[in-house]
Design a protein around this ligand. Structure first.
Ligand code: CAO
Length: 416
Protein backbone atom coordinates (compact mmCIF):
# COMPACT_ATOMS: atom_id res chain seq x y z
CA UNK A 1 0.00 0.00 0.00
CA UNK A 2 1.19 3.55 -0.62
CA UNK A 3 1.75 5.34 2.65
CA UNK A 4 -1.04 7.73 3.67
CA UNK A 5 1.16 10.86 3.70
CA UNK A 6 2.92 10.13 0.41
CA UNK A 7 2.89 13.25 -1.77
CA UNK A 8 2.95 15.62 1.22
CA UNK A 9 6.14 17.68 1.06
CA UNK A 10 7.43 19.08 4.33
CA UNK A 11 10.15 21.66 4.90
CA UNK A 12 11.65 20.56 8.17
CA UNK A 13 13.18 23.65 9.71
CA UNK A 14 13.43 22.00 13.13
CA UNK A 15 16.24 21.25 15.52
CA UNK A 16 16.96 19.57 18.86
CA UNK A 17 13.96 17.42 19.88
CA UNK A 18 10.48 18.97 19.91
CA UNK A 19 10.28 19.78 16.20
CA UNK A 20 12.29 16.79 14.88
CA UNK A 21 10.07 14.34 16.81
CA UNK A 22 7.05 15.77 14.96
CA UNK A 23 8.50 15.65 11.47
CA UNK A 24 10.01 12.19 12.04
CA UNK A 25 6.55 10.85 12.82
CA UNK A 26 5.16 12.38 9.62
CA UNK A 27 8.09 10.93 7.63
CA UNK A 28 7.38 7.42 8.97
CA UNK A 29 3.87 7.75 7.59
CA UNK A 30 5.10 8.66 4.11
CA UNK A 31 5.65 12.43 4.00
CA UNK A 32 8.64 13.70 2.02
CA UNK A 33 10.49 15.50 4.82
CA UNK A 34 13.39 17.76 3.81
CA UNK A 35 15.44 18.85 6.78
CA UNK A 36 16.98 22.27 6.15
CA UNK A 37 20.25 22.65 8.03
CA UNK A 38 22.97 25.24 8.29
CA UNK A 39 25.95 24.32 6.04
CA UNK A 40 28.93 23.03 7.98
CA UNK A 41 27.20 22.45 11.30
CA UNK A 42 23.60 21.33 10.88
CA UNK A 43 21.28 20.43 13.74
CA UNK A 44 23.20 20.92 16.98
CA UNK A 45 22.26 17.39 18.11
CA UNK A 46 24.47 15.88 15.40
CA UNK A 47 27.36 16.76 17.71
CA UNK A 48 25.77 16.51 21.12
CA UNK A 49 26.71 13.61 23.41
CA UNK A 50 28.56 11.74 20.69
CA UNK A 51 29.50 8.14 21.45
CA UNK A 52 31.46 7.62 18.19
CA UNK A 53 33.92 10.46 17.40
CA UNK A 54 33.09 11.20 13.76
CA UNK A 55 29.56 9.90 13.45
CA UNK A 56 26.26 11.67 14.09
CA UNK A 57 25.19 11.34 17.72
CA UNK A 58 22.33 9.03 18.66
CA UNK A 59 20.43 12.12 19.81
CA UNK A 60 20.26 13.12 16.15
CA UNK A 61 19.85 9.70 14.53
CA UNK A 62 16.96 8.74 16.83
CA UNK A 63 14.94 11.87 15.99
CA UNK A 64 15.60 12.29 12.29
CA UNK A 65 15.02 8.95 10.61
CA UNK A 66 13.32 8.74 7.21
CA UNK A 67 14.24 12.37 6.35
CA UNK A 68 16.36 14.04 3.68
CA UNK A 69 19.00 16.63 4.58
CA UNK A 70 19.46 19.83 2.58
CA UNK A 71 22.14 22.25 3.72
CA UNK A 72 21.12 25.84 3.12
CA UNK A 73 22.21 29.14 4.62
CA UNK A 74 18.89 30.88 4.80
CA UNK A 75 20.46 34.15 5.87
CA UNK A 76 22.27 34.55 2.54
CA UNK A 77 20.26 35.99 -0.39
CA UNK A 78 21.10 32.92 -2.54
CA UNK A 79 19.90 30.63 0.26
CA UNK A 80 16.70 32.64 0.70
CA UNK A 81 16.01 32.26 -3.00
CA UNK A 82 16.29 28.46 -2.76
CA UNK A 83 14.07 28.42 0.29
CA UNK A 84 11.46 30.51 -1.51
CA UNK A 85 11.37 28.00 -4.36
CA UNK A 86 10.99 25.17 -1.89
CA UNK A 87 8.21 27.01 -0.07
CA UNK A 88 6.30 27.48 -3.33
CA UNK A 89 6.06 23.74 -3.83
CA UNK A 90 5.73 22.43 -0.30
CA UNK A 91 2.66 21.60 1.74
CA UNK A 92 3.99 22.22 5.24
CA UNK A 93 6.82 24.14 6.91
CA UNK A 94 7.64 23.08 10.47
CA UNK A 95 9.95 25.11 12.70
CA UNK A 96 10.97 25.37 16.32
CA UNK A 97 13.41 28.25 16.35
CA UNK A 98 13.66 30.67 19.22
CA UNK A 99 10.99 33.42 19.29
CA UNK A 100 11.18 35.74 16.29
CA UNK A 101 13.98 33.86 14.45
CA UNK A 102 11.86 33.08 11.38
CA UNK A 103 10.67 36.71 11.16
CA UNK A 104 14.28 37.95 11.43
CA UNK A 105 15.19 35.60 8.58
CA UNK A 106 12.54 37.36 6.47
CA UNK A 107 9.96 34.57 6.55
CA UNK A 108 7.12 35.85 8.70
CA UNK A 109 3.75 34.07 8.54
CA UNK A 110 2.46 36.84 6.26
CA UNK A 111 5.37 36.40 3.86
CA UNK A 112 5.06 32.61 3.86
CA UNK A 113 1.34 32.87 3.26
CA UNK A 114 2.00 35.25 0.39
CA UNK A 115 4.55 32.86 -1.17
CA UNK A 116 2.27 29.86 -0.83
CA UNK A 117 -1.28 30.44 0.45
CA UNK A 118 -1.87 26.67 0.59
CA UNK A 119 1.07 26.01 2.89
CA UNK A 120 0.62 25.06 6.54
CA UNK A 121 3.15 26.74 8.81
CA UNK A 122 3.63 24.85 12.04
CA UNK A 123 5.61 26.14 15.01
CA UNK A 124 6.73 25.03 18.44
CA UNK A 125 7.59 27.72 20.95
CA UNK A 126 8.15 27.56 24.69
CA UNK A 127 5.09 29.71 25.46
CA UNK A 128 2.09 30.60 23.34
CA UNK A 129 1.91 33.83 21.37
CA UNK A 130 0.95 36.75 23.58
CA UNK A 131 1.91 34.94 26.80
CA UNK A 132 3.89 37.16 29.19
CA UNK A 133 6.87 34.80 28.76
CA UNK A 134 6.59 34.51 24.98
CA UNK A 135 10.08 35.95 24.45
CA UNK A 136 11.77 33.08 26.35
CA UNK A 137 13.80 30.30 24.79
CA UNK A 138 12.77 27.00 26.28
CA UNK A 139 14.20 23.51 26.71
CA UNK A 140 12.56 20.36 28.07
CA UNK A 141 13.03 20.86 31.79
CA UNK A 142 12.03 24.50 31.63
CA UNK A 143 8.76 23.43 30.02
CA UNK A 144 8.14 20.77 32.66
CA UNK A 145 8.47 23.47 35.33
CA UNK A 146 6.29 25.96 33.44
CA UNK A 147 3.58 23.41 32.59
CA UNK A 148 2.85 22.11 36.10
CA UNK A 149 4.64 18.75 35.81
CA UNK A 150 7.57 19.57 38.11
CA UNK A 151 5.53 20.98 40.99
CA UNK A 152 3.40 17.82 41.05
CA UNK A 153 6.14 15.21 40.47
CA UNK A 154 8.35 13.68 43.17
CA UNK A 155 7.97 13.22 46.89
CA UNK A 156 6.37 15.70 49.28
CA UNK A 157 9.55 16.08 51.33
CA UNK A 158 11.77 16.63 48.26
CA UNK A 159 12.09 19.37 45.62
CA UNK A 160 10.01 19.67 42.42
CA UNK A 161 11.18 16.89 40.11
CA UNK A 162 11.67 16.50 36.37
CA UNK A 163 10.29 13.42 34.61
CA UNK A 164 12.60 11.42 32.37
CA UNK A 165 9.84 11.34 29.75
CA UNK A 166 10.14 14.18 27.22
CA UNK A 167 6.89 15.86 28.21
CA UNK A 168 8.11 19.22 26.95
CA UNK A 169 9.90 18.12 23.79
CA UNK A 170 8.57 15.00 22.06
CA UNK A 171 5.14 15.43 23.61
CA UNK A 172 4.88 18.91 22.10
CA UNK A 173 6.02 17.47 18.77
CA UNK A 174 3.19 14.93 18.92
CA UNK A 175 0.68 17.71 19.59
CA UNK A 176 2.06 19.62 16.62
CA UNK A 177 1.74 16.54 14.37
CA UNK A 178 -1.95 16.33 15.28
CA UNK A 179 -2.31 20.04 14.47
CA UNK A 180 -0.60 19.62 11.10
CA UNK A 181 -2.76 16.65 10.10
CA UNK A 182 -5.87 18.56 11.15
CA UNK A 183 -4.80 21.58 9.08
CA UNK A 184 -4.12 19.32 6.08
CA UNK A 185 -7.65 17.92 6.34
CA UNK A 186 -8.93 21.49 6.73
CA UNK A 187 -7.06 22.51 3.59
CA UNK A 188 -8.81 19.78 1.63
CA UNK A 189 -12.07 21.58 2.45
CA UNK A 190 -11.02 25.22 2.16
CA UNK A 191 -8.04 25.11 -0.19
CA UNK A 192 -6.18 27.33 2.26
CA UNK A 193 -3.18 26.81 4.48
CA UNK A 194 -3.01 28.11 8.02
CA UNK A 195 -0.69 28.70 10.91
CA UNK A 196 -0.54 25.95 13.56
CA UNK A 197 1.16 26.79 16.83
CA UNK A 198 1.81 24.64 19.88
CA UNK A 199 3.58 25.77 23.01
CA UNK A 200 5.61 23.48 25.22
CA UNK A 201 3.96 24.90 28.33
CA UNK A 202 0.49 24.13 26.97
CA UNK A 203 1.47 20.62 25.90
CA UNK A 204 2.85 19.77 29.33
CA UNK A 205 -0.21 21.26 31.00
CA UNK A 206 -2.46 19.22 28.72
CA UNK A 207 -0.84 16.08 30.17
CA UNK A 208 -1.18 17.48 33.70
CA UNK A 209 -4.94 17.83 33.26
CA UNK A 210 -5.71 15.65 36.29
CA UNK A 211 -3.58 17.89 38.49
CA UNK A 212 -5.75 20.87 37.55
CA UNK A 213 -8.70 18.64 38.45
CA UNK A 214 -7.05 18.05 41.83
CA UNK A 215 -6.43 21.76 42.42
CA UNK A 216 -10.15 22.44 42.09
CA UNK A 217 -11.11 19.49 44.28
CA UNK A 218 -8.61 20.63 46.91
CA UNK A 219 -10.02 24.14 46.92
CA UNK A 220 -13.54 22.76 47.36
CA UNK A 221 -13.02 20.06 49.99
CA UNK A 222 -9.58 20.74 51.51
CA UNK A 223 -8.08 17.30 50.93
CA UNK A 224 -7.37 14.72 48.21
CA UNK A 225 -8.25 11.27 49.40
CA UNK A 226 -6.10 9.34 46.93
CA UNK A 227 -2.88 11.15 47.92
CA UNK A 228 -0.50 9.65 50.52
CA UNK A 229 -1.03 12.79 52.63
CA UNK A 230 -4.58 11.59 53.35
CA UNK A 231 -5.79 11.16 56.05
CA UNK A 232 -2.81 11.57 58.38
CA UNK A 233 -0.82 14.38 56.72
CA UNK A 234 -1.46 18.03 56.06
CA UNK A 235 -2.76 19.65 52.86
CA UNK A 236 -1.86 23.21 51.90
CA UNK A 237 -3.61 25.23 49.22
CA UNK A 238 -1.79 23.75 46.19
CA UNK A 239 -1.74 20.24 44.76
CA UNK A 240 1.10 18.47 46.59
CA UNK A 241 3.60 15.99 45.17
CA UNK A 242 2.14 12.54 45.64
CA UNK A 243 5.20 10.29 45.27
CA UNK A 244 4.17 7.16 43.40
CA UNK A 245 0.47 7.35 44.15
CA UNK A 246 -1.96 6.65 41.32
CA UNK A 247 -3.35 9.69 39.55
CA UNK A 248 -6.90 8.39 39.25
CA UNK A 249 -9.17 6.78 41.77
CA UNK A 250 -7.06 3.60 42.07
CA UNK A 251 -4.42 3.62 44.82
CA UNK A 252 -1.09 2.19 43.75
CA UNK A 253 2.57 2.28 44.68
CA UNK A 254 5.99 1.07 43.57
CA UNK A 255 6.72 -2.01 45.70
CA UNK A 256 9.96 -3.86 46.46
CA UNK A 257 10.52 -7.33 45.08
CA UNK A 258 13.19 -9.98 45.65
CA UNK A 259 16.65 -8.49 45.20
CA UNK A 260 15.77 -4.81 45.73
CA UNK A 261 18.71 -4.46 48.14
CA UNK A 262 21.18 -4.78 45.26
CA UNK A 263 19.07 -4.10 42.16
CA UNK A 264 17.68 -0.58 42.11
CA UNK A 265 14.92 -1.64 39.71
CA UNK A 266 13.66 -4.78 41.45
CA UNK A 267 10.20 -3.28 41.88
CA UNK A 268 6.71 -3.61 40.48
CA UNK A 269 3.91 -1.11 40.25
CA UNK A 270 0.93 -2.51 42.08
CA UNK A 271 -2.55 -1.07 41.64
CA UNK A 272 -5.35 -1.76 44.07
CA UNK A 273 -8.20 -1.46 41.66
CA UNK A 274 -11.47 -1.35 43.62
CA UNK A 275 -13.21 -4.29 41.98
CA UNK A 276 -10.00 -6.34 42.07
CA UNK A 277 -9.87 -6.32 45.87
CA UNK A 278 -11.15 -9.90 46.16
CA UNK A 279 -8.60 -11.33 43.68
CA UNK A 280 -5.85 -9.31 45.38
CA UNK A 281 -6.71 -10.84 48.76
CA UNK A 282 -6.76 -14.29 47.16
CA UNK A 283 -3.43 -13.74 45.41
CA UNK A 284 -1.84 -12.55 48.66
CA UNK A 285 -3.29 -15.42 50.71
CA UNK A 286 -5.34 -12.99 52.78
CA UNK A 287 -8.93 -14.21 52.20
CA UNK A 288 -9.94 -12.81 55.60
CA UNK A 289 -9.54 -9.26 54.23
CA UNK A 290 -12.26 -9.77 51.64
CA UNK A 291 -15.16 -9.14 54.00
CA UNK A 292 -13.35 -7.39 56.83
CA UNK A 293 -15.03 -3.95 57.25
CA UNK A 294 -11.56 -2.40 57.83
CA UNK A 295 -10.50 -3.49 54.32
CA UNK A 296 -13.66 -4.12 52.32
CA UNK A 297 -14.05 -0.69 50.67
CA UNK A 298 -11.55 1.71 49.15
CA UNK A 299 -12.56 4.30 51.75
CA UNK A 300 -11.93 1.87 54.61
CA UNK A 301 -8.56 0.86 53.17
CA UNK A 302 -7.18 4.34 52.57
CA UNK A 303 -6.24 5.19 56.20
CA UNK A 304 -3.97 2.13 56.33
CA UNK A 305 -3.03 1.83 52.67
CA UNK A 306 0.69 1.81 53.48
CA UNK A 307 0.24 -1.03 55.93
CA UNK A 308 -1.48 -2.93 53.06
CA UNK A 309 1.42 -2.12 50.72
CA UNK A 310 3.84 -3.44 53.39
CA UNK A 311 1.90 -6.71 53.54
CA UNK A 312 2.13 -6.97 49.75
CA UNK A 313 5.88 -6.29 49.92
CA UNK A 314 6.25 -9.14 52.44
CA UNK A 315 4.49 -11.37 49.89
CA UNK A 316 6.80 -10.09 47.15
CA UNK A 317 10.00 -10.64 49.17
CA UNK A 318 10.73 -14.06 47.65
CA UNK A 319 9.55 -13.26 44.12
CA UNK A 320 11.38 -11.42 41.35
CA UNK A 321 9.46 -8.62 39.65
CA UNK A 322 8.79 -10.92 36.70
CA UNK A 323 7.63 -13.85 38.87
CA UNK A 324 5.34 -11.54 40.81
CA UNK A 325 3.68 -10.16 37.68
CA UNK A 326 3.27 -13.70 36.30
CA UNK A 327 1.28 -14.62 39.40
CA UNK A 328 -0.69 -11.38 39.66
CA UNK A 329 -1.71 -11.36 35.99
CA UNK A 330 -3.69 -14.56 36.62
CA UNK A 331 -5.78 -12.62 39.12
CA UNK A 332 -6.38 -9.78 36.65
CA UNK A 333 -4.51 -7.29 38.83
CA UNK A 334 -3.20 -4.21 36.97
CA UNK A 335 0.55 -4.29 37.57
CA UNK A 336 3.90 -4.24 35.74
CA UNK A 337 7.56 -4.77 36.47
CA UNK A 338 9.65 -1.58 36.63
CA UNK A 339 11.60 -2.12 33.41
CA UNK A 340 15.06 -0.76 32.75
CA UNK A 341 16.23 0.62 29.40
CA UNK A 342 18.38 -2.50 29.02
CA UNK A 343 15.37 -4.77 29.50
CA UNK A 344 13.29 -2.71 27.08
CA UNK A 345 16.03 -2.69 24.46
CA UNK A 346 16.12 -6.49 24.52
CA UNK A 347 12.41 -7.15 24.91
CA UNK A 348 11.37 -9.64 22.19
CA UNK A 349 7.78 -8.37 22.11
CA UNK A 350 8.93 -4.79 21.45
CA UNK A 351 11.27 -6.02 18.73
CA UNK A 352 8.49 -8.05 17.11
CA UNK A 353 6.02 -5.16 17.14
CA UNK A 354 8.49 -2.69 15.62
CA UNK A 355 8.51 -0.48 18.71
CA UNK A 356 12.24 -1.11 19.21
CA UNK A 357 14.02 -1.26 15.85
CA UNK A 358 17.58 -1.74 14.73
CA UNK A 359 18.51 0.67 11.92
CA UNK A 360 21.57 0.36 9.69
CA UNK A 361 23.46 3.66 9.30
CA UNK A 362 26.19 4.54 6.81
CA UNK A 363 28.67 5.77 9.40
CA UNK A 364 27.56 4.34 12.72
CA UNK A 365 26.72 0.77 11.82
CA UNK A 366 23.43 -0.34 13.40
CA UNK A 367 21.74 1.55 16.18
CA UNK A 368 18.57 1.01 18.15
CA UNK A 369 15.71 3.43 18.04
CA UNK A 370 12.08 3.64 19.04
CA UNK A 371 9.89 3.00 16.02
CA UNK A 372 6.31 4.08 15.55
CA UNK A 373 4.25 3.63 18.69
CA UNK A 374 1.19 3.94 16.45
CA UNK A 375 0.22 0.68 14.75
CA UNK A 376 -1.96 0.41 11.63
CA UNK A 377 -3.72 -2.58 10.16
CA UNK A 378 -2.73 -1.66 6.58
CA UNK A 379 0.75 -0.21 7.09
CA UNK A 380 3.87 -1.08 9.04
CA UNK A 381 5.93 2.11 9.29
CA UNK A 382 9.48 1.30 8.27
CA UNK A 383 12.31 3.20 9.94
CA UNK A 384 15.25 4.17 7.73
CA UNK A 385 18.49 5.85 8.80
CA UNK A 386 18.78 9.57 9.49
CA UNK A 387 20.53 11.48 6.69
CA UNK A 388 24.14 12.60 6.80
CA UNK A 389 24.53 16.39 6.80
CA UNK A 390 23.65 17.63 3.31
CA UNK A 391 23.26 14.10 1.95
CA UNK A 392 20.36 15.13 -0.28
CA UNK A 393 21.38 18.69 -1.15
CA UNK A 394 22.09 17.94 -4.83
CA UNK A 395 18.98 15.79 -5.20
CA UNK A 396 16.67 18.42 -3.67
CA UNK A 397 18.21 21.28 -5.66
CA UNK A 398 17.99 19.29 -8.89
CA UNK A 399 14.34 18.62 -8.07
CA UNK A 400 13.83 22.38 -7.80
CA UNK A 401 15.28 22.79 -11.30
CA UNK A 402 18.84 23.87 -10.45
CA UNK A 403 21.50 22.84 -12.97
CA UNK A 404 24.85 21.35 -11.95
CA UNK A 405 26.53 24.70 -12.63
CA UNK A 406 23.99 26.58 -10.52
CA UNK A 407 24.50 24.11 -7.67
CA UNK A 408 28.26 24.61 -8.00
CA UNK A 409 27.73 28.37 -7.82
CA UNK A 410 25.61 28.02 -4.68
CA UNK A 411 28.44 26.00 -3.11
CA UNK A 412 30.98 28.63 -4.12
CA UNK A 413 29.14 31.31 -2.12
CA UNK A 414 28.60 28.84 0.74
CA UNK A 415 24.84 29.12 0.45
CA UNK A 416 24.51 25.31 0.50
N1 CAO B 1 20.79 29.17 7.94
C1 CAO B 1 21.08 30.32 8.56
N2 CAO B 1 20.69 30.59 9.81
C2 CAO B 1 19.97 29.65 10.45
C3 CAO B 1 19.63 28.43 9.86
C4 CAO B 1 20.07 28.20 8.53
N3 CAO B 1 19.79 27.07 7.90
N4 CAO B 1 18.92 27.71 10.71
C5 CAO B 1 18.82 28.44 11.83
N5 CAO B 1 19.45 29.63 11.67
C6 CAO B 1 19.59 30.72 12.62
C7 CAO B 1 18.26 31.36 12.93
O1 CAO B 1 17.90 32.27 11.95
C8 CAO B 1 18.57 31.99 14.27
O2 CAO B 1 19.31 33.17 14.08
P1 CAO B 1 19.00 34.58 14.83
O3 CAO B 1 18.80 34.24 16.28
O4 CAO B 1 20.23 35.38 14.55
O5 CAO B 1 17.80 35.18 14.26
C9 CAO B 1 19.48 30.93 14.88
O6 CAO B 1 20.05 30.20 13.84
C10 CAO B 1 18.71 29.90 15.70
O7 CAO B 1 18.29 30.47 16.81
P2 CAO B 1 17.50 29.66 17.93
O8 CAO B 1 17.02 30.69 18.88
O9 CAO B 1 16.47 28.79 17.38
O10 CAO B 1 18.66 28.72 18.51
P3 CAO B 1 19.27 28.63 19.96
O11 CAO B 1 20.28 27.55 19.89
O12 CAO B 1 19.73 29.95 20.46
O13 CAO B 1 18.03 28.17 20.89
C11 CAO B 1 16.22 26.76 21.48
C12 CAO B 1 17.60 26.86 20.90
C13 CAO B 1 15.74 25.34 21.36
C14 CAO B 1 16.25 27.18 22.97
C15 CAO B 1 15.26 27.71 20.71
O14 CAO B 1 15.32 27.37 19.35
C16 CAO B 1 13.84 27.67 21.18
O15 CAO B 1 13.48 28.20 22.23
N6 CAO B 1 12.97 27.04 20.38
C17 CAO B 1 11.55 27.00 20.64
C18 CAO B 1 11.23 26.06 21.72
C19 CAO B 1 11.72 24.67 21.42
O16 CAO B 1 11.41 24.06 20.42
N7 CAO B 1 12.48 24.14 22.36
C20 CAO B 1 12.73 22.73 22.35
C21 CAO B 1 14.02 22.37 21.93
S1 CAO B 1 14.18 20.67 22.27
O17 CAO B 1 14.77 20.64 23.81
Amino acid sequence: MTKPLEGIKIIDFTHVQAGPACTQLLAWFGADVIKVERPGSGDVTRNQLRDIPDADALYFTMLNSNKKSLTLDTKKPEGKEVLEKLIRESDVLVENFGPGALDRMGFSWERLNELNPKMIVASVKGFSDGHHYDDLKVYENVAQCAGGAASTTGFWDGPPTISAAALGDSNTGMHLAIGILTALLGRDKTGKGQKVAVSMQDSVLNLCRVKLRDQQRLERVGYLEEYPQYPHGEFGDVVPRGGNAGGGGQPGWVLKCKGWETDSNAYIYFTIQGHAWEPICKALGKPEWIDDPAYKTAEARQPHIFEIFKTIEAWLANKTKFEAVDILRKFDIPCAPVLTMKELANDPSLRASGTIVEVPHKKRGSYLTVGSPIKFSDMKPEVTASPLLGEHTDEVLAGLGYSKQEIFNLREVKAV
